[in-house]
Design a binder for this molecule. Structure first.
Ligand SMILES: [Zn+2]
Length: 114
């Protein structure tokens, strides 16, 4: 009778595997979400990587490190080549012909009035 009680109170091995797996998933997703936030990634990208890290804990974190961090470095390098809109002051890519914010032409050749 006592042994039966002990058996029912002791969770089976698969319960531990699921619980530990879940903790790993939460930690990986939490780490990726936190890291993406610090890297300044915006919502859709961040949410996507958090979901990937949750579904595939170890693989997702490795993918995040190898894929997601590379474009950030490239975009950071590209950010040095910027110009400012003369009308509204928005930062734009150096090759931008039109302002994203106010929609005015930045290239003087396109803005021929006469
Ligand atoms: Zn503008």
């Amino acid at each position: 009778m006592n042994e039966e009680w002990a058996m029912t109170l002791q969770p089976p091995l698969w319960v531990w595997i699921i619980v530990i797996g879940f903790i790993v998933q939460i930690s990986c997703a939490g780490w990726v979400n936190d890291h993406a936030k610090r890297m300044g990634k915006e919502s859709p990208d961040r949410a996507l990587w958090t979901i990937i890290a949750f579904l595939f804990p170890i693989l997702g974190v490795l993918l995040y490190i190898t894929i997601a961090l590379k474009p950030t470095q490239e975009s950071h390098a590209r950010q040095t080549e910027t110009k400012t809109c003369t009308f509204c002051g928005r930062d734009l890519a150096s090759d931008a012909r039109w302002c994203d914010a106010c929609g005015r032409a930045l290239d003087k050749t396109l803005e021929s009035t006469d």
